[in-house]
Write a protein that binds this ligand. Sequence first.
Ligand SMILES: Nc1ncnc2c1ncn2[C@@H]1O[C@H](COP(=O)(O)OP(=O)(O)OP(=O)(O)O)[C@@H](O)[C@H]1O
Ligand SMILES: [Mg+2]
Length: 301
Amino acid sequence: MRDQAERLREMANQVRQQIEAELLQPHHSRVVAISSGKGGVGKSTLALNLALVLCAQGKRVLLLDADMGMANLDIMLGMVPKYNLFHMIQGKRKLEEIIIPGPQGMSIIPGGSGIQELANLPAGDMKRLLVELGKLDNDYDFMILDTGAGISQNVTTFLLAADDAIIITTPEPTALTDAYGVLKSMDRACYGGKVYLVVNRVTDDSEGILVAEKLKMVAQKYLDVDLVDLGHIINDACVSEGIRQQQPFVEIYPRSRATRNIVRIAEKLLAAHGEQSLSDLPETKPTGIKHFFRRILRSLQ
Ligand SMILES: Nc1ncnc2c1ncn2[C@@H]1O[C@H](COP(=O)(O)OP(=O)(O)OP(=O)(O)O)[C@@H](O)[C@H]1O
Ligand SMILES: [Mg+2]
């Protein structure tokens, strides 16, 4: 009897230790950079509304306005933040002091607008920003970066360092050509993460699927980049109405087609992280902001 009790106690102890060890496992944020070749194709709209949908699904999300110098997520939310990234770069505020609470419990780091110094951030300042970001690794499930358009040093640095890059384009030939340009520059810089595609402002589902297929084929053929189609967003008056009202459309128009599109995109992204079985996308492991930070440091050297 005594032996059996001893064994049970031992087993209980092992289980407890196992649970404790799992709880102590460091949690890693997934860094998702949203970018485009051409400007004005919907990066900020996707970043904000995707962040909201992920929050609504119980994820802890940090939304960073990484369109350095031309940030406008705060405007899209009708917020007037007291401090932004520029205050942090100037050394006037710590990063945690400029984080503001957003809708659905998300956290937002506002960027500065019309600030030349941010648009051409020296490598040393970029490093300092990323050291601070690295400290937030355990606090969030997703860190979404709304970058600027094109292939500037700031954008490329953020893109290269992310776990996932979402390239967004509209079906217009100019936007598609520029999207291809970004993919090409990422390929040249040996980007190692996953590259997703979102086609915005489509007239119907079939246009979204067709445009994605074409770009996917071209990227595969000429760049050997395996572009993963994350879905499309319909051209919907709700989206521009949301911008006008300074409220995210997924909140004010939860039943719109565009909202359903964003929910589908979020589901696919989660599925890609092995969190849901909705999609056949391959599973990838989160690598965390600390890893992101290390890769960024390498790309800055
Ligand atoms: N699916 C859509 N349906 C209708 N209008 C849209 C849609 N997506 C974006 N828009 C319109 O396009 C405008 C630009 O979108 P957004 O600001 O998100 O683009 P951006 O890529 O972040 O631009 P920038 O390069 O200037 O940062 C918005 O003001 C909105 O009115
Ligand atoms: Mg933008």
